[in-house]
Design a protein around this ligand. Structure first.
Ligand SMILES: [Fe+2]
Length: 199
């Protein structure tokens, strides 16, 4: 596997404020996300070294470690790429709106279900929107940490991080306020691209 690297943000550090402050975005991207990249690379280099040295490794522990860091990296890449500066009346259209209406009945219902899923994550985790590979419908899911309770084989097209590192400095314990503000920043053009690519 190639060495992983952290992608630069597609906007500047102030772009998401006041929803996500410059301080939080900087820490979140440059420190927390970077740590997942480093963690995944570390596991891969241990595996690569053992292939030449013949050293015995704890493969179960390494697989667990890799799942955590690699999913952390992938979900953060998705998070940053599906956000943008706040827009008035920021709502989906086109194929994405059709998919939402057919899977959830309405945009309003979709937002309600997603918010409740995000707010109810126990401890650290994510709310995700998946494309079901079997019938191309949309599904909302939750993962704990970065990797527990996920749906295998489904394409994630939206991901909201509700770890405390994402919001605590800006909102303290008010996770629901952070989740509500997310909708002003969803980059629907990018989400629709991901939806179309998954078909
Ligand atoms: Fe995070």
């Amino acid at each position: 596997m190639q060495t992983l690297s952290l992608s630069p943000l597609p906007y500047d550090y102030q772009a998401l404020a006041p929803w996500m402050s410059e301080t939080v975005l900087k820490l979140h991207h440059d420190k927390h996300h970077q740590a997942y990249v480093d963690g995944a690379n570390k596991v891969q280099s241990q595996l690569a070294e053992a292939r030449t040295s013949g050293a015995e490794l704890d493969y179960k522990a390494l697989a667990k470690e890799f799942s955590f860091h690699m999913n952390g990296h992938i979900l953060h890449e998705l998070l940053w790429s599906t956000l943008r500066a706040a827009n008035d009346n920021n709502q989906p259209s086109g194929e994405m709106l059709l998919a939402i209406n057919s899977s959830f009945g309405s945009y309003q219902r979709f937002v309600e279900e997603f918010n409740k899923t995000a707010i109810s994550v126990e401890g650290s985790g994510w709310a995700l929107v998946y494309v079901n590979p079997l019938d191309k419908s949309l599904m909302i899911g939750q993962v704990e940490k970065h990797n527990l309770n996920g749906l295998a084989g489904c394409t994630v097209i939206m991901a909201l991080d509700v770890w405390e590192h994402a919001y605590y400095l800006d909102y303290q314990n008010l996770r629901a306020k952070f989740v509500e503000g997310y909708w002003n920043h969803v980059n629907w053009d990018k989400v629709e691209q991901l939806l179309n690519a998954s078909k």
